[in-house]
Design a protein around this ligand. Structure first.
Ligand SMILES: Cc1cc2nc3c(=O)[nH]c(=O)nc-3n(C[C@H](O)[C@H](O)[C@H](O)COP(=O)(O)OP(=O)(O)OC[C@H]3O[C@@H](n4cnc5c(N)ncnc54)[C@H](O)[C@@H]3O)c2cc1C
Length: 387
């Protein structure tokens, strides 16, 4: 069986490895010229961990270690008002948890794929697909063409295969109202120590992670109208405009943007589709799944943690049936509830109490993890309400 996989990211490489184990020869085409060296930070646990365990990858995952001992929510003067020791989080998750960058995960999967003999073609993309019912003819951007029995779109939320086989993204995209950006910076002068620090203001947050003695990773999330794809050269100006006047170390950080080698920036968008395959073309991962969709309806029996989430650590909730989803959410709530130490009354930022009360109200009303509603609630409130 000839399988073409578009996307050498998390889902694409995972699928390629698993197919190879079954004796199937996958061909992976990845748009980027090579492996990424940056990428946003991720919590990796839950279903993703289980899959990694079954694939024998947890040893490689555990080797990835960033100097992060605690999570600190800081006020505008940099003083922490809420702290969660990472070790407690690890223990609560039975030590099946790591903090890593997207690119670390991609590298681990890529290495395993290479060992298994999977061919990954970088700098390659599909231009057209023609499914005649017996095979799919794919034409690539370099004008070569080949025939496959199955074509898999594992090319992320803005999937090229989805556009070619199912139509324009707008039909399936649900914009969540936020953009996320990530870049690396020189950590000197930020006082990060061994803490992952989070600073929040209404509609914008700054998260800083120490990576090593020299570098840190910044993730900035902000509310914005849907501006579609933001070109690379427009990213720094957009971030400067969105975070103008923001407190803590944000203004210093914005000055670092000039030095940043690569700025990741994308909308937070969920894909919601009535079907994930058409003829001999099928979608996996973010191409057909959904970002942070723990509160949405489950489509479950058709979703498999392997197929839909790839190796992503998104909670089981995003890919299993209703009962499993509730079990998973309750487990997650219990686990996370043991993590938080509140050191002081959260008077700064001043608006924490109200959203916290609102979050608790939402929980009582819905008796589940209202992810979408909570996107408007500061992170500390989220952490506290599940305790
Ligand atoms: C800011 C942020 C934070 C997140 N944090 C977490 C977290 O803490 N824990 C967690 O579990 N998940 C997290 N996620 C979600 C997680 O990253 C995704 O669910 C996961 O990466 C999806 O994997 P994927 O392979 O489907 O897509 P992607 O990881 O997006 O990979 C898609 C791949 O396809 C390639 N591609 C794109 N277009 C083409 C094309 N035309 N041709 C060929 N290749 C193409 C891309 O270059 C990429 O390599 C986060 C997401 C974001 C945006």
């Amino acid at each position: 069986m000839r399988v073409l996989i578009s996307g050498g990211g998390i889902a694409g490489l995972t699928l390629a490895i698993l197919l190879k184990q079954q004796g199937i020869e996958p061909t992976v085409v990845e748009r980027e010229p090579g492996l990424g060296a940056t990428g946003y930070m991720m919590d990796f646990f839950g279903t993703g961990w289980d899959v990694a365990e079954r694939m024998g990858l947890t040893g490689a995952l555990r080797v990835v270690r960033y100097p992060i001992e605690r999570m600190e929510f800081v006020a505008s003067d940099g003083k922490p008002y809420c702290t969660a020791p990472i070790e407690r989080m690890r223990a609560a998750l039975d030590h099946k948890y790591v903090y890593l960058r997207w690119s670390d995960l991609e590298k681990i999967l890529f290495d395993r794929a290479c060992t298994a003999g999977v061919k990954v073609h970088f700098g390659a993309s599909i231009e057209s697909l023609n499914d005649d019912g017996t095979c799919v003819r794919a034409r690539f951007a370099d004008q070569t063409a080949a025939e496959f029995d199955l074509v898999v779109g594992a090319d992320g939320v803005h999937s090229n295969v989805r556009a070619l086989a199912f139509g324009p993204e707008q039909q399936f995209a649900r914009y969540l109202g936020y953009y996320a950006a990530a870049f690396h910076f020189e950590r000197k002068g930020y006082g990060l120590g061994h803490a992952f620090k989070l600073y929040e203001e209404t509609d914008r947050t700054v998260w800083l992670h120490p990576l090593d003695a020299e570098r840190g990773d910044a993730t900035l999330v902000f509310r914005h109208t849907d501006a579609g794809h933001v070109a690379r050269e427009e990213r720094a100006p957009l971030l400067r405009a969105q975070f103008a006047g923001a407190g803590w170390v944000t203004q210093k950080l914005l000055r670092e943007l000039d030095e940043a080698q690569h700025i990741y920036l994308d909308s937070l968008t969920q894909i919601d589709m009535p079907e994930w395959h058409r003829g001999r073309v099928v979608l996996v991962g973010d191409a057909c799944g959904c970002l942070l969709d723990t509160g949405a309806r489950a489509r479950a029996p058709r979703r498999s943690p392997y197929g839909v989430c790839g190796l992503s650590g998104l909670p089981e909730a995003a890919c299993c049936d209703e009962a499993a989803r509730c079990r998973s959410l309750r487990g997650m709530a219990c686990a996370l509830g043991r993590l938080v130490e509140v050191r002081a009354a959260p008077r700064d930022p001043p608006d924490v109490q109200r959203p916290l009360a609102a979050a608790r109200h939402e929980v009582l009303r819905h008796r589940e993890y209202p992810a979408k509603r909570l996107s408007a609630v500061p992170f500390p409130a989220l952490m506290l309400y599940i305790s």
